[in-house]
Design a protein around this ligand. Structure first.
Ligand SMILES: *Cc1c(COP(=O)(O)O)cnc(C)c1O
Length: 366
């Protein structure tokens, strides 16, 4: 069998969720498990967390239904609400919570007669300029919804554009607009994503919405004593499938991008962009071979990549290679570091791991 596997550590997932809760002890935290739990398997992650979380959040009704059909009983929030008015019947049937960000959604909701009132998070655009009502429009919409028989547990929801950055001026501007609005309406808040959960206690509301931190990625520009306690949930591991010696000056792979600066030993690893490993990885991108840091040498291919292992003792066919996450000897390669070498963020690497990569869970019952 091809040795490439994404190992998913559900204990680390629970640890990271508890860390999010400890950061914001006055808030309830929904676990954001959209996009198949950022590539980790939504149902498996939901089952691992269900005993501890008050609610889950996903991006669409399809994602929510597959969790319900998989036996998940706790509330599930649709972060972007409904995409078409006929989804409201399913929202009612399955007992989902919805966000409302557009006038057509308000109209559809007020034209609908649910069996029981629907919990609603009213989305305000406080500066992200993506979804939501402006702070000027929001009070009018709030008044239409707050006493409507279709609606219960109305909250104000908003999203931050720069909570990951150390420099806080734009964050503070968003926060000031939200505080003014919340005081005027007496509204409970749901604001904080992972970086705001970790770094901006002022944003902790009635609810928070941590996502990527649950999977062990540090979303902050600068790590702190809390983010250093995050544990990687996914470890993408493969093996060496071939080894060769090259003379000084000999190139490796497509286009000969990397050329041996000395007599070198090159390992061929079973992992490539056809698995979701980013082809933008430059020469020097770290991997762990037998738990020791090495560097990618040459362009990533569809099913393989090549690593300079000249300085690794005892490499052999079958030696363990970690693309990110933890090695058998306990060494850890941060996905955030790998992402920087690929000129991207952990989110794209995690959600990019393709279905042909088997996920192995450290629990029998998932
Ligand atoms: C994805 C998402 C989150 C979680 O963001 P992270 O940066 O992964 O913590 C929170 N809120 C909304 C609306 C989202 O779409």
């Amino acid at each position: 069998m091809r040795p490439l596997v994404a190992h998913i550590d559900l204990d680390a997932l629970r640890h990271n969720y508890q860390l999010a809760c400890r950061c914001a002890p006055q808030s309830r935290s929904v676990a954001v498990i959209k996009a198949d739990a950022y590539g980790h398997g939504a149902l498996e992650c939901a089952r691992a967390l269900e005993a501890d979380v008050p609610a889950f959040a996903v991006a669409s009704i399809e994602e929510a239904i597959s969790l319900r059909e998989g036996g998940i009983k706790v509330p599930i929030v649709l972060l972007e609400g409904i995409f078409t008015a006929d989804e409201l019947a399913l929202v009612d049937q399955y007992g989902f919570w919805i966000s409302v960000h557009s006038e057509w959604q308000v109209t559809a909701l007020l034209d609908f007669s649910p069996r029981q009132p629907i919990p609603v998070w009213l989305k305000v655009d406080s500066g992200m300029h993506r979804l939501g009502f402006s702070p000027e429009e929001a009070p009018g919409v709030w008044q239409r919804l707050v006493n409507a028989p279709q609606v219960t547990a109305l909250h104000l929801m908003s999203h931050f554009a720069t909570a990951d950055a150390r420099e806080g001026s734009y964050f503070n501007q968003q926060m000031a607009a939200l505080t003014t609005l919340a005081e005027k309406l007496g509204a409970p808040l749901c604001l904080a994503n992972s970086p705001a959960t970790l770094a901006w206690p002022v944003a902790h509301g009635d609810w928070n919405r941590p996502g990527v931190m649950l999977y062990g990625s540090d979303p902050l520009e600068e790590a702190n004593e809390i983010t250093r306690q995050l544990r990687p949930v996914m470890s993408l591991r493969s093996e060496i499938i071939a080894l060769r010696e090259l003379d000084e000056g000999e190139p490796v792979g497509y286009g000969g991008r990397w050329q041996a600066p000395r007599r070198s030993k090159i390992a061929v690893v079973a992992a490539g962009y056809g698995d979701g490993y980013d082809r933008h990885a430059v020469d020097g991108t770290p991997v762990l071979v037998n738990g020791q840091r090495c560097a990618i040498a040459g362009k990533v291919s569809m099913d393989m990549l090549t690593v300079d292992v000249t300085d690794v003792p005892e490499v052999a066919i079958g030696s363990e290679v970690v693309l990110w996450g933890s090695a058998s000897n306990g060494a850890v390669l941060s996905i955030d570091e790998v992402a920087r070498y690929c000129d991207t963020i952990s989110y794209t690497l995690l959600t990019g791991v393709l279905p042909r990569v088997p996920r192995h869970y450290n629990e029998a019952h998932v």
